[in-house]
Ligand binder design. Sequence first.
Ligand SMILES: [Zn+2]
Length: 54
Amino acid sequence: MTAEPMAPGDDAPAGTPGTGEDICPDCRGTGRLNGQPCPNCDGTGKIIEGVGGG
Ligand SMILES: [Zn+2]
């Protein structure tokens, strides 16, 4: 089993049932914040979030 690295803004590892990719709200999908890699999404511009209420 491969351990996927999780960004601080991720709710769960990629591929977790009930979750999906979403645009990082901090950097709005750019992956950068204040000229540096966004700390919330680790510079990917995307985060993993739970789908549906919760
Ligand atoms: Zn971000």
